[in-house]
Design a protein around this ligand. Structure first.
Ligand code: EPU
Length: 416
């Protein structure tokens, strides 16, 4: 098992380049199976989730050629409509196979997805959408089977603006007969990237980025070349790395409008954030002001930045409050941060974070973003921090230790 060893208290200085967005790359790789010719994707991050999804579609018959951050996908040879269960369990995004194969072949089957252990993550809204489009949905011992002779456009109201459900329904509806309207749709930038990709392939989608998406089904979609948008959560994590060490880092390849909620909070904390067409420069002084943060669907403060923000708030001048409204069970990093000396009190969905010095300790990444938070805390802590179970971190950050070392962090990956 690998672990990170971090020696804290080095101010970071220099430039870090952010890669393509994991949560855009995954649905886009899956949706490539809708094209009748080769799809070429650029800026695909080298991550375990991506490798697992590629293995799933290869097992279904697709030809996948990967070269660094580029992937070529030829799906003309896809014959299976079922995702391998062992592979599907490894990542949550395997459920995109349902929408894609339902649209392509009128049948799809997969086991209920895995992914981070961050609370109840049902897929009832995905299934509600498929049913509304005319599919027959069967759930048996954790295996989902969906089928339809012909999907038909429908009006679908989402009880919650779920990212995954919006994506799955949008993909399925892109090949349904007639018009689909998704109301209370999620507005995350990754959904916009997927819609742009589908549109260039030939789909007819309007309103993405708003809460009403309209889709007119089409019969054919063709292969395209597409570059994935930059990862806003990776960007935010490096912005916090600069701030938490009192550093001065230019984070390159950031679409600044995607990190506005974090920039707003950083300004409130007294951190200097200069926006540039190519990225953001984050520079923090000695004193960080306490702030309150509430996670919300986009364009609110992202739940995927909550744990990293909490690490930063341990270094503020007064007590801060974080309210997590998107996910249950997303405070698992708190016990680990406490091992490093943080004073944090949880009450239901709220966390009170008192200011205090962090000291190095042995901690475990309990999920992807929790792992990122522990690395950030380690950068600000006195002494040595060991972060274990880093396979979680590697699901979502490409070479995080190399990128941080490049700006002066003392972080090494070692095998136990
Ligand atoms: N929900 C339902 N029913 C559903 C679907 C969702 O009740 O059918 C609820 C969930 O229980 C949850 C909330 O809706 O409380 C939000 O879930 P959502 O469906 O929006 O999230 P997701 O699609 O499962 C994606 C990202 C997550 C990110 C969330 C929120 C991917 C592969 N995953 O998950 O990313 O936290 O959106 O922004 O895109 C991560 O990258 O670390 C990560 C966990």
């Amino acid at each position: 098992m690998d672990k990170y060893i971090i020696e804290g208290l080095n101010p970071l200085n220099g430039e870090i380049k952010v890669g393509g967005a994991k949560n855009a790359a995954l649905p886009i790789i899956a949706a490539s199976l809708l094209a009748d010719s080769q799809v070429v994707l650029e800026d695909i991050p080298k991550l375990r989730d991506v490798t697992n999804l590629c293995s799933i579609i290869e097992d279904m018959g697709a030809k996948v050629k990967r070269d660094q951050n580029r992937i070529e996908i030829d799906s003309s040879t896809v014959s299976k409509t079922e995702a391998d269960h062992d592979l599907a369990r490894k990542l949550r995004a395997s459920y995109y196979i349902l929408g894609v194969m339902l649209a392509r072949s009128g049948h799809a089957r997969t086991t209920l997805p895995g992914g981070c252990n961050i609370g109840n993550r049902p897929i009832d809204l995905h299934l509600k959408g498929f049913r509304a489009l005319g599919a027959e949905v069967n759930l048996d011992h954790g295996v989902v089977d969906v089928k339809a002779d012909q999907l038909k456009g429908a009006e679908i109201y989402l009880d919650y603006p779920s990212v995954g459900a919006t994506i799955n329904i949008m993909i399925a509806a892109s090949r349904a007969e007639g018009k689909t309207v998704i109301e209370n749709a999620a507005r995350e930038p990754e959904i916009v990237d997927l819609a742009n990709f589908l549109t260039v392939m030939g789909a007819n989608i309007k309103g993405v980025g708003t809460d009403i998406i309209k889709i007119e089904g089409v019969d054919e979609m063709h292969g395209v070349e597409h570059r994935i948008i930059p990862d806003r959560i990776e960007a935010g994590t490096y912005m916090i790395a600069s701030a938490i060490t009192g550093g001065d880092v230019f984070v390159r390849n950031v679409l600044t409008e995607h990190v506005k909620p974090l920039i707003a909070k950083m300004h409130e904390m007294g951190i200097s954030v200069e926006e540039d067409i190519a990225g953001v420069r984050v520079k923090a002084g000695n004193k960080l002001k306490a702030v309150d943060v509430k996670t919300l669907p986009y364009p609110g403060f992202p739940t995927d930045m909550q744990s990293q923000m909490m690490a930063l708030l341990t270094q503020a001048d007064e007590t801060s409050l974080i309210i997590e409204t998107v996910r249950e069970n997303r405070f698992m990093h708190v016990d680990e941060l406490k091992r490093m000396g943080a004073e944090i009190k949880i009450d239901g969905h709220s966390a009170l974070i008192k200011p205090g010095r962090l000291t190095g300790a042995e901690v475990r990444a309990t999920d992807l973003r929790a792992g990122a938070a522990l690395i950030l805390a380690g950068l600000a802590a006195e002494g040595k921090t060991e972060v274990k179970d880093i396979y979680h971190v590697e699901r979502g950050y490409e070479n995080i230790e190399e990128r941080l070392r490049g700006v002066g962090a003392s972080i090494n990956k070692v095998s136990e």
